[in-house]
Design a protein around this ligand. Structure first.
Ligand SMILES: [Zn+2]
Length: 388
């Protein structure tokens, strides 16, 4: 009994902080009185929760310049000038490091580095880039999120099997960067990062049930169900890229199998076609540039890849009955008409009642934005956990 009475005030305090954060996250800058009105909490309760959140660095008060403009009461907002977070996206050809406010607004300081050939080199390059970005702003960095392609085991906090960036297999880049940088770091599977980016800063705001198909070097899938990411037992759910799409004569996939969906429905598939056509090895970054510039005629190959992307979309629609499927891919930057082709092919391959209930949309968010969303969620959960 005594244990319960000791715990309860702390628990209530955390719930109140969560409520205050939620109101400010959805409404922007508010005074304490406005927070009280919006949240339904009493003024003293709001003051106490706000003091705790200011101390944790998640909130800040409007600066003196704004106060001088005659605002009646100090406004509270998510920290944007007093603190920042970092987002790191690890990808096949290159990695990106960016900083952002606690409201998720990206700063104009993205550093792009070629993905090195070994994990120690990758870690060193990310450490240098992160320290450069951290030093540039001169404000406190509260944490860093890492988006990683391939299978991520959330129980162990490490990459398990990345067919396209195998140097991260068995590695824990967020744990390693936390040690090197001295800030809180969290790891996200890249399709999950894209889901968070879309939900917090993209076109899925307010949506609790949607799917996101990520067609890049590989093919990934994120499922947001009831407002939560579907992770499976340890985070390995959603690997649609390794469904067999070509049963006879398929190409070897990075996972070791033959004919996986991502061998025919990805940037890598397009790069394979371009390499065959040009008689030299073309990587995923180069094929997008070549195709955009029209330097090589890949129209037939693009249609074939888009047809297989539609197979993936139809599978997602039939399996999960989502209200919306977002597609994230640079292929649509080559030719926006490919989107309509994917939608029409997906319509042919989906069950009509499921397709009728689903909208297919081009995703807006980026992996680095997802890494930022991931660390903000992690910090929010650490300070004020959501209790269900
Ligand atoms: Zn595979």
């Amino acid at each position: 009994m005594s244990a319960i009475t000791t715990i309860r005030p702390a628990l209530v305090g955390k719930l109140n902080e969560r409520q205050v954060l939620r109101v400010i996250q959805s409404r922007g800058s508010l005074s304490r009185a406005e927070v009280a009105r919006e949240s339904g909490l009493s003024a003293p309760t709001v003051s106490k929760a706000v003091a705790s959140l200011l101390k944790a660095g998640l909130l800040e008060e409007a600066d003196a310049t704004e106060l001088a403009r005659g605002r009646p009461a100090p406004k509270l907002r998510l920290a944007t000038t007093s603190a920042q977070v970092l987002g790191v996206s690890i990808d096949v050809g290159h990695c990106e490091v960016v900083s952002a406010g606690l409201d998720g607004s990206l700063h104009d300081d993205t550093l792009t580095i070629p993905t090195p050939a070994t994990y120690p080199e990758l870690l060193r390059a990310l450490e240098v880039a992160a320290k450069t970005v951290m030093a540039r702003s001169g404000i406190t960095t509260l944490g860093l999120g890492v988006s990683l392609p391939g299978l991520v085991d959330y129980r162990k906090g490490c990459g398990v099997l990345s067919p396209n960036v195998p140097i991260t297999n068995g590695r824990a880049p967020a744990t390693d960067l936390a040690e090197l940088l001295g800030v809180e770091c969290t790891l996200l599977q890249e399709s999950h990062a894209l889901c968070l980016a879309e939900r917090h800063y993209g076109l899925a705001r307010g949506m609790d049930d949607f799917a996101l198909l990520d067609v890049g070097a590989g093919v990934g899938l994120g499922i947001m169900s009831g407002g939560r990411l579907l992770k499976g037992r340890s985070g390995l759910a959603g690997e649609i890229g390794h469904f067999t799409a070509v049963s006879e004569g398929g190409r070897r996939c990075g996972c070791g199998n033959l004919g996986c969906l991502e061998t025919v429905a990805s940037d890598s598939a397009l790069a394979w076609h371009a390499s065959a056509k040009l008689g030299r090895a073309v990587d995923v970054d180069e094929v997008i540039e070549l195709a955009k510039a029209g330097a090589v005629d890949l129209r037939a190959e693009l249609r074939e890849v888009a047809g297989y992307v539609a197979v993936g979309v139809a599978a997602v629609i039939n399996l999960f009955n989502p209200a919306t499927v977002f597609i994230h891919t640079p292929l649509f930057e080559i030719d926006p008409a490919l989107f309509d082709l994917v939608v029409s092919k997906a319509a042919e391959r989906s069950l009509p009642p499921s397709f009728a209930e689903c909208t297919i949309v081009r995703a807006k968010g980026s992996k680095r934005q997802g890494a930022v969303a991931g660390i903000i969620q992690h910090l929010t959960d650490s300070v004020a956990p959501e209790l269900v």
